[in-house]
Design a binder for this molecule. Structure first.
Ligand code: ADP
Length: 241
């Protein structure tokens, strides 16, 4: 691991009218790290991902990718710089087949691959996420886990410097969950840098190098997984007794 962080969030704040959804939150993500962003519903996790990806602009504070400020840039510019994400409610392009969805990720990401190169990459990634043979399947008819796999393949198609997973494991049954966790584990072993918003605690314990815990917009804990999850404030705010 290099010392310089890939992502640096410095005193980020987001207000929606009178509500402070993210309040003075700072943390870094190092190259190759898998960071879990956890906390109760409404604590500001998705808003934080939206600030990083540029879907929302921070009210105050700075966010830097590879040492360069990205806060305030439009989402497509941040994507071009190498931030890629999946969404809490799966977003695939229903008018395209699986191959087309992944190719779209390749075209719009920072690698900007076109034509045959994008198609080859799409096929490699579809195989990678367990969708070999489904390149031309109609996306709307795919099962939920297959749509999740597809969304992951699309997010990977830009070869992101930072991958944001917003509850990617939510809604999977126990056997699908095992598959999902091992897919993320593979990405981690490849050295991908990932922030994962997740409620599945087994996944957090298995996969994450570190956790940041939010509650009511504020960061209440940060550190190694075992240490963070046994913190009394975290237990009180999130895990219950
Ligand atoms: P989490 O992802 O931890 O469940 P969110 O980031 O979705 O939390 O929400 C944090 C708070 O911000 C909540 O109170 C939510 O209602 C509010 N919020 C989120 N997005 C918006 C928005 N676009 N407009 C107004 N309030 C919002």
């Amino acid at each position: 691991m290099t010392a310089a962080p890939i992502l640096s969030v410095n005193r980020a704040q987001k207000k929606f009218g009178g509500l402070i959804a993210v309040n003075d939150v700072s943390f870094d993500v190092k190259q190759g790290e898998l960071l879990g962003l956890i906390g109760p519903n409404g604590s500001g996790k998705t808003t934080m991902l939206n600030l990083i990806s540029g879907a929302l602009k921070p009210t105050a504070g700075e966010i830097a990718l590879g040492g360069k400020a990205i806060s305030g840039l439009a989402a497509h510019h941040i994507a071009r710089r190498g931030v890629s994400r999946t969404f809490q409610l799966v977003r695939v392009l229903p008018s395209l087949d699986a191959e087309g969805n992944v190719m779209a990720g390749a075209v719009f990401g920072h690698r900007r691959l076109w034509g045959e190169e994008a198609r080859e990459l799409a096929h490699r990634l579809l195989e990678r996420v367990g969708l070999a043979g489904k390149a031309h399947a109609p996306v709307a008819a795919m099962t939920y886990i297959d749509q999740k796999r597809l969304e992951l393949a699309r997010a990977l198609a830009s070869d992101p410097r930072l991958l944001l997973l917003d509850e990617w494991l939510a809604g999977l049954n126990p056997s699908e969950l095992k598959i999902g966790i091992s897919l993320i584990d593979e990405l981690r072993h490849e050295g991908r840098t990932i922030i994962m918003v997740e409620h599945v605690m087994d996944a957090i314990r298995t996969l994450c190098d570190r956790c940041v815990v939010m509650s009511s917009g504020v960061k209440i804990a940060e550190g190694g997984v075992a240490e963070t999850l046994s913190d009394s404030e975290v237990i009180r705010a999130y895990l219950g007794d």
